[in-house]
Ligand binder design. Structure first.
Ligand SMILES: Cc1ncc(COP(=O)(O)O)c(C=O)c1O
Length: 440
């Protein structure tokens, strides 16, 4: 019996949508209004045969484009040889990937745990930080996204926390650094992030019961609106953590492996965290995530009986994919690509900003950019409805984009790093036309 819906009915295929409506849990708002049939490189094709430029790299993950031929080859071969194992069994892809990550990562982050998703990697880092310090309080930034599992969700503040009961006891928040809209402006008119950070920790120090374990942060807060902490911020954050005996976790789900122009975004900040988590980009679209930490921390956790035993821990198939992704990232100099193409993208977005008053801010680093739409440049009031109209029009014109959640009008732009200059030009043209069409 064939259970597949038949292609040929186009995007509006009633059988497909009835089946979807009847049987799918709606986990994150509306589904995109088309049926994806295939994806290759920087494009997807829908059931009407339309080509759609994927300016989100899938879910911010496909850094080397869709169905990269070398990844396809690795998946085919590994699937036929060594797919999945009992979680205590080791294999060569796992040990080789752990060793390569340790070699490439900054500092002495030599011990690696391989899991499946970003949420899981942060969950594991948080659990290790609690076990190693013997404390339980976790500090996050107010526009963070670390995942939807218990510990990761408790440190996530850029999505709704309502409806699921208490967050983990001892979840504290620091104001996210937002150079564009900060309330902390010095007498010189410049964003005073030091005053903001001092104030944030003054509040943390008042709330803590003396059990501060760790602070978790994205080097660029992507889901929070592509907020780039100013140079010096991460060093100061690290110092605040050290003063309090807290560990520092950097979540590089989106920024890791080249997107920002460095292999790891924290390299710009010259800060080596105690934990570095990787996910989305590590599998370049396949479920693979990693926690990197120091031998000292891992030894303490091991002595204290650390347990994070999951079905897919140390699975060879995704590890083989991760190894290939790293090999391609280094061989094809993705960091340089991200810098060069990122500069091209940024110039194009700045030109659009000159043309359209509704673009309040253009920000980001490398090929992770933010386009902040406003009702008026003076007040910087966000324009979420306009942003969603523009996103819908972009899709009609053949480009998938992402507007961050939470009533903000911010486009999060993260194309594959393998994108061409011509494809960036196409994206800029589509943005330009879409904004024109949507303005009254
Ligand atoms: C920075 C960051 N960390 C963690 C996650 C969660 O990853 P996952 O959805 O794979 O659990 C995300 C997802 O968007 C993310 O952006």
């Amino acid at each position: 019996m064939n259970h597949m819906t038949k292609s040929g009915g186009g995007n509006s295929d009633p059988v497909f949508w009835e089946k979807a409506r009847a049987h799918l849990v709606r986990y994150g708002g509306d589904f995109a209004p088309f049926i994806a049939e295939r994806a290759q490189g920087s494009f997807m094709w829908d059931a009407d045969g339309r080509r759609i430029l994927d300016f989100c790299s899938g879910q911010m993950s496909a850094i080397i484009g869709h169905s990269h031929p070398e990844i396809v080859e690795v998946v085919r071969r590994t699937m036929g040889e060594l797919d999945h194992l009992y979680s205590t069994i080791l294999s060569r892809p796992v040990v080789d990937l752990a060793a390569l990550l340790a070699e490439l990562a900054p500092g002495k982050l030599d011990r690696v745990l391989l899991v499946s998703t970003g949420g899981e990697s942060n969950e594991a880092a948080i659990r290790m930080a609690k076990l190693a310090t013997g404390r339980h309080e976790i500090v996050g930034l107010s526009r963070s996204w670390h995942g939807v599992t218990g510990g990761a969700a408790s440190a996530t503040y850029s999505s709704s926390r309502r409806g699921y009961g208490p967050a983990q006891i001892g979840s504290f928040v620091l104001p996210a650094p937002d150079p564009y809209r900060s309330r902390f402006i010095g007498s010189d008119g410049i964003y005073d992030w030091r005053a903001e950070l001092d104030f944030g920790f003054e509040l943390i120090d008042r709330q803590t019961t003396g059990e501060l374990a760790a602070c978790i942060a994205e080097p660029i807060l992507s889901s929070g609106g592509v907020l780039e902490p100013p140079i010096g911020y991460m060093l100061a954050l690290e110092a605040k953590c050290r003063e309090r005996g807290m560990l520092l976790i950097f979540d590089e789900a989106q920024t890791g492996l080249g997107r920002t122009g460095d292999l790891f975004a924290c390299e710009r900040d010259h800060v080596v965290p105690d934990f570095l988590t990787l996910s989305k980009t590590l599998g370049a679209g396949l479920p693979l995530a990693a926690v990197l930490t120091t031998p000292e921390i891992e030894d303490i956790c091991h002595e204290r009986g650390f347990l994070f035993y999951t079905t897919h821990a140390s699975d060879p198939l995704p590890a083989a994919v991760g190894l290939k992704v790293l090999e391609i990232a280094i061989r094809d100099k993705l960091t340089e690509q991200a810098r060069t193409l990122g500069a091209h993208l940024r110039n194009g977005l700045l030109t659009l900003q000159q043309r359209h008053a509704c673009i309040g801010d253009v920000r980001g680093r490398g090929l992770l950019a933010g386009l902040d739409l406003v009702q008026d440049r003076a007040t910087k009031a966000p324009a979420p409805e306009l942003a969603h109209r523009v996103a819908r029009t972009c899709l009609e014109l053949g480009m998938m984009t992402s507007v961050v959640r939470g009533g903000l009008g911010i486009f999060r732009i993260a194309p594959p790093i393998t994108i061409s200059k011509e494809e960036i030009e196409l994206a800029l043209d589509i943005f330009d036309t879409a904004i024109r069409k949507c303005l009254p």
